[in-house]
Design a protein around this ligand. Structure first.
Ligand code: MTE
Ligand code: MO
Length: 301
């Protein structure tokens, strides 16, 4: 199954949008003057670009169970015991039960996916995940007819998570997807970054990654996956339903009530880097727009 998805960028062709824009401007200008032929285009498109550094990705995090500062998860999450780890898969599935992480890793094919990642707070990164398609795990469990949503839950361990004594959110952290979103080939469970086991602060041993949605949908350190016919409650929606909806698709045209979503700050871009435009569905419009055909994206934020 490796590499069958066309948005499965490899490290050589990962293209942060800023560079993509520069390249377009470059090519546009040159094309305007009639200077670039097919060979020039090919060369321009082959410019290799790097994802964010391992340090950016693992030192600048949101994981409120370990504190609300961006450096808190890297400082505090070492206390989380991630081995052994069990994930309960239940609800409307043929094979409900406890799945050990070892069992899951044995059954899944791990591949690399380089994805843009856009937080609702308007910062972004490019991250080389290792993981597997959530659809493969759901198919292992056997989704039953009538299943419409998938609910996810993070571990809740007050002894290992210093942040959960503060009622910032209603713990445990919970999230949810519509079944078709969960089964989409872009939706993965990440178990690694840069070919290393995923660090605790990034959601070890297994976290969701839904690249066309705001980062808070990508729930970390998952202990339960439930197939259901009801739209599941989600942590940020419960905390502030006016600001955070169930869908939370990246959309530059629908602003957060307190800030614009039209642009974003690329983490690691340096102090004087320009903000870059945010892309519809975070750049995955071709792949996922049809999931929302006929839906009012402003009403379903
Ligand atoms: N359990 C849990 N999952 C979580 C969060 C959290 O606080 N707790 N934060 C979310 C938010 S707001 C973002 S932007 C991403 C951040 O992922 P990263 O730290 O790997 O970049 O994780 C998401 N998943
Ligand atoms: Mo976020």
């Amino acid at each position: 199954m490796a590499h069958r998805w066309k948005n499965n960028l490899t490290r050589a062709d990962a293209t942060p949008y800023e560079a993509f824009l520069n390249r377009r401007q470059l090519m546009g200008g040159a094309l305007g003057l009639g200077l670039v032929g097919a060979a020039g285009m090919a060369r321009a498109q082959a410019i290799p670009l790097e994802p964010n550094s391992y340090e950016d990705i693992t030192q600048y995090n949101n994981y409120y169970e370990f504190g609300t500062g961006k450096g808190d998860p890297a400082r505090n999450a070492h206390t989380l015991t991630t081995d052994p780890w069990t994930v309960v898969i239940d609800g409307m599935v043929d094979n409900p039960g406890d799945y050990s992480m070892a069992q899951i890793m044995e059954a899944m094919t791990i591949e690399e996916r380089i994805y843009r990642f856009r937080c609702v707070e308007a910062w972004s990164m490019v991250i080389p995940w290792n993981g597997f398609e959530l659809a493969d795990l759901l198919n292992l469990a056997g989704v039953q007819e009538g299943g419409k949503y998938v609910a996810f839950e993070t571990a809740l361990r007050p002894d290992e998570m210093p942040g959960v004594r503060f009622p910032v959110l209603d713990w445990p952290y919970v999230e949810g997807l519509r079944l078709d979103e969960a089964m989409h080939p872009l939706t993965i469970m990440a178990t690694g970054i840069y070919d290393k086991p995923i660090p605790n602060q990034n959601g070890a041993p297994m976290r969701l990654v839904v690249p066309w949605k705001y980062g808070f949908k990508s729930i970390k350190s998952i202990v339960r996956i439930t197939v259901t016919d009801q739209e599941p409650p989600t942590s940020w929606n419960k905390a502030n339903g006016r600001e955070y909806g169930f869908y939370s698709n990246v959309n530059p045209e629908v602003d957060h009530p307190r800030w614009s979503q039209a642009t974003e700050r690329a983490v690691g871009g340096g102090l004087f880097a320009k903000r870059q435009p945010t892309l519809m569905f975070n750049g995955y419009e071709t792949e996922v727009a049809s999931l929302y055909d006929g839906m009012d994206l402003r009403a379903n934020y």
